[in-house]
Design a protein around this ligand. Structure first.
Ligand SMILES: *Cc1c(COP(=O)(O)O)cnc(C)c1O
Length: 385
């Protein structure tokens, strides 16, 4: 049977042909003035999506490289940090901070649950010497989105800076760095940017953050932000030339749709998927699901790994499974990046068909109907087209 590959995973995400073609253009020398101009344009475009007038740095790495950059540049061994661990990516902040010898205070949240502002308040009250608070906007492993605006409100009044992992959240969920007071945020190219993997971004918005960066004593070299500072039209090392072409195309596409509309699209699609899932009698995993992806509990009588295999092998549809202790227990359907309405319909149709094929009788068409109804309702809103 003919099968088209459909990636409905929260990274990598589908890449539009226009972005792919940019990657096929002639590779310029990275000191060529033409390329320097492109880098400057990319930096300016990135500021718009991070909503900051600060600096946004472009690194050649995956998102975790940007996370390591944030840790290595802000803490010295022995510094007190607060990390929020409610999933695989919050755990990654803690692992990184431990690797750099931080004095740890971890806020542990049951996976699937979300961060309460009072937990940050309490942690900072008990640890007034906290230097950096590390949080996650969209916890991709559970589908939860945290209220970063409220967290920033608290951290602003403490003697600490706020670092946000926005790798899957940026562009999909509102994040207002300057307005909310987020000092540092990180992102990656293979999520809402609709690009291949390979670039990571670090945005630094405040003087407070720069002071931290200047004073931090952790050893660092390739990821030392002091080497990148004031180098907008240049990179200290070889720039990822073709990926920067792709980045400019992606930023151009986002700007023409408008960032507000992209946020809205993600909200509409995630809402449609939640309704479809519930119409099938399945349960959502996240206590406060965000608009990046939908995490679904695997029904008890179904093998979660087999579900991924059947949907992939029968239909060419790639969903993500659960990570770590959630392996086999949930599956995740992304609506991140270059995803359209019919992608949402085919995702829910795949879930219906796969479950039925596996002997789990869910009512054929009821998920599809709920998704379509939800999308049609959203269409009535004239500002969404
Ligand atoms: C994808 C992702 C990362 C980075 O993962 P890489 O594989 O290093 O790109 C970090 N945090 C979150 C929340 C993510 O979704």
């Amino acid at each position: 049977m003919i099968k088209k590959l459909r990636i409905m995973t929260p990274g990598p995400t589908p890449v539009p042909v226009d972005v792919l073609l940019e990657g096929a253009k002639e590779t310029l020398y990275h000191r060529n003035p033409k390329f320097k101009k492109m880098l400057a344009a990319a930096s300016e475009g990135l500021k718009k999506v991070f909503r900051t007038n600060g600096h946004v740095f472009i690194l050649a790495s995956s998102g975790t490289g940007a996370m390591e950059t944030a840790v290595a540049n802000t803490i010295s061994p022995g510094d007190k940090v607060v990390t929020v661990v409610g999933g695989k990516f919050g755990e990654r902040w803690a692992e990184l901070c431990r690797a750099y010898g931080a004095n740890m205070h971890e806020i542990n949240i049951e996976w699937g649950d979300y961060l309460r502002v009072e937990q940050i308040e309490k942690a900072l009250k008990e640890n007034p010497d906290t230097k950096v608070v590390f949080t996650t906007l969209s916890e991709t492993s559970t589908g939860v989105v945290n209220d970063i605006k409220a967290v920033a409100e608290i951290v602003k009044n403490a003697n600490a800076i706020l670092v946000v992992d926005a790798v899957s959240g940026l562009i999909a969920e509102p994040l207002e760095m300057d307005k909310w007071g987020v000092d540092i945020a990180v992102a990656g190219s293979q999520k809402a940017f609709m690009m291949p993997p390979g670039l990571a971004f670090v945005a630094v918005s405040s003087e407070k953050a720069w002071k931290c960066i200047e004073e931090a004593k952790s050893p660092r070299y390739y990821f030392d932000l002091r080497a990148y500072k004031n180098k907008y039209t240049d990179t200290p090392y070889t720039g990822a030339v073709n990926l920067v072409y792709q980045l400019n195309k992606s930023l151009e596409m986002i700007e023409s749709e408008t960032l507000e509309m992209v946020w809205k699209r993600h909200a509409i699609f995630a809402n449609a998927m939640r309704r479809g899932i519930q119409a099938l009698g399945l349960e959502l995993f996240a206590k406060k699901p965000g608009n990046v992806l939908t995490a679904v509990k695997v029904p008890n009588d179904i093998d979660g790994l087999e579900f991924l295999k059947v949907s992939r092998e029968e239909y060419g549809m790639i969903f993500s499974g659960g990570q770590a202790q959630l392996k086999g227990k949930i599956f995740r359907v992304s609506n991140l990046g270059y995803v359209d309405r019919l992608d949402m319909v085919s995702a829910i149709a795949t879930i219906e068909m796969t479950l039925n094929k596996m002997g789990k009788h869910v009512p054929i068409g009821s998920g599809v109907r709920a998704v379509e109804e939800s999308l049609l309702e959203a269409d009535k809103d004239e500002s969404f087209s």
